[in-house]
Ligand binder design. Sequence first.
Ligand code: GDP
Length: 207
Amino acid sequence: MEVKQAEFIISNSDPTRCPKPDKPEYAFIGRSNVGKSSLINMLTTRHKLAKTSQTPGKTQLINHFLINTDWYLVDLPGYGFAKAPQREREKWEKMIDAYLTERPNLICTFVLVDGRIDPQRIDLEFMAKMGERGLPFVIIFTKNEKSSTNAISQMVKKYSQTLKQTWDELPPMFVSSAVNSRGKEEILDYIDQLNKEFYEEMKAKRD
Ligand code: GDP
């Protein structure tokens, strides 16, 4: 899939005020500084669609972008910034929980993790929570412009070992880099495939 059009629609903290859920939707989330904004900009070929390196805690909103007039890309506020006060963190959790569990057109969530470091507890905890709620997710390893095939298979192995303790099936995984656009085609093709399934199902329901 080629991203021909990417348009900002709305930012809000209330999941009930998100756009009408009539298009397939994909959320992007990860630890603050994981490279989420850079990845979104890389995928959409818009260098400033998502703002990079914003002050942690300042951007606690659900951001909707409409892509190719066909699907929503949702930039969710990052987790795990050490300086955020407890109250702020609780607010984040409540909002994200409500969004993830109540959004009827959310097809899957892309959980971003830094591919250059070992699995972090906070990321694994987030994935475990997704599992408890039965919410499908995909892992994207970020900042991997330089990693060798061997390093990547080691990394996948490390996550797999931990995830297998709570999951029967492993989530799909993608390797990416905003620096050299690694993974762009694979991620967009994956979304494209799910979009087709969404619209086919919608059509079947209508017929
Ligand atoms: P966010 O807080 O998750 O939205 O992260 P940003 O996209 O703002 O990126 C955080 C930092 O990581 C910035 O200094 C980026 O330049 C850097 N970064 C983001 N993506 C990549 C990448 O693919 N490779 C490398 N080497 N650095 C990256």
